[in-house]
Unconditional design. Sequence first.
Length: 160
Amino acid sequence: MTIKVNDKIPSITLQVMGADGPKKITTDELFKGKKVVVFALPGAFTPTCSAKHLPGFVNHADKLKAKGVDTIACLSVNDAYVMDAWGKQQHADGKVTMLADGNGDFSKAVGLTMDAAKYGMGLRAQRYAIVVENGVVKTLNVEAPGAFEVSSAEAVLKAL
């Protein structure tokens, strides 16, 4: 079942890159008492994700924070090392938190996975953007397969 507006985010452990390597972070830690924009995408270093999705949030980070967003997070079914390297390559440091959903646990729990096996990528996150306030979903914009419209930074800014 897919998560929907007014649902509570499930308690899941993700990873971020810390000073000493991968570090666990729970969704409870990430969302408690905060307004968070999470955008998910099929894979780090992939064409649309690298050319449009992540760069849009990096470029509009200040505008999103001016609208009361505490944290902007990029989630993908990749490991923390890949997410860290991609974040550095995209100049996301200090603007976008790079969340590794390595086993797809979060993506499965919110019902937003896609099967990319025909591309040799296995189970991945769908492309979407979600605004969460204190652990509760306030907006959820899920893309149609192959589309990039409703989950962009610009679309999230309009929704805030």
